[in-house]
Write a protein that binds this ligand. Sequence first.
Ligand code: PEP
Ligand code: MN
Length: 337
Amino acid sequence: MVITLRPDATPAQRNAVEARLRGLGFQVVEAPDSSPLVLAAVGDGTMPALADMKAMPGVADAQRIPSPFKLASRAFRSETTVIRLGDVEIGGPAVVLMAGPCTIESEEQLQRTAAAVRAAGARIMRGGAFKPRTSPYSFQGLGEEGLKLMRRAADAHGLFVISEIMEKSQIPLLDRYVDIFQVGARNMQNYPLLRELGSVERPVMVKRGLSATVDEWLTSAEYVMSGGNTQVMVCERGIRAYETYTRNTLDLNAVAVAKSLSHLPVIVDPSHAAGVRDKVPPLARAAVAAGADGLLIEVHYDPERAICDGQQSLYPEQFAELSGQIRVIAEAVGRTL
Ligand code: PEP
Ligand code: MN
């Protein structure tokens, strides 16, 4: 349930509302920057009658939130959440580019790729140190050594870092090197991990599971938010469908739906959706036209020699060209780059 207080509600009236909801077994969460104040009653309490809540002094309105996610819903917070990293705003007017290799390989790879993506307008560098590989025999990532290399390359080029976390025991380690924790598609339902990320003081990006519905995806974001972390974004990366020309099927419906149901920034990863390099730019352009707040794109200075996902990684020149196109599309839909 969401309760909107009257602009002139007194602290005593607010306390009475909160006490009543807590007494019914709910946790009460205040919508950030809301004015007049909006409160959500979450958890598994006994739902009071709407009329009873509306009749309380100081209450302007009370509504049920029909979705399984509450804190992530637009009913709780109407304005899109803006996540700030230095001067970068995710969810603000500018579309944010996150780019870099699939996996961290070497200092040279990171330095060269970082220079290229920064020059083309990216503000956040991607790269995995812990890789969820389909085969146990595939390269699994460089671990901490890789994170150190990525931090160094990103710092040298004025970039922030996003990297994947696979299990909750890795939180303290990644926390030393990354600016954004990425939860991969395969871990979207790793609930202990999501819960634990609720108490980190860094943004978290939750990728959509291979076969997850929009409700399931946004409810995974809710897990993180339920622990008190408000800096959450979600990422559409293609879902399993029957088509085989591409690796997955980019679900732009989900972008439009998530943008309307949730205030969380929506990022699109066209690389893992397409699986082939030449399909990445058209999907990226379409994603921005559909309202994505940012793009997560695989770029490698030498994709032919990439250890992982080289076939879908853009050459730096392709990324630069795409960035120029994104700028035009962003402007056409009232955004900037
Ligand atoms: C990735 O971004 O490196 C990745 C593994 O993607 P996904 O979790 O979407 O498969
Ligand atoms: Mn990849």
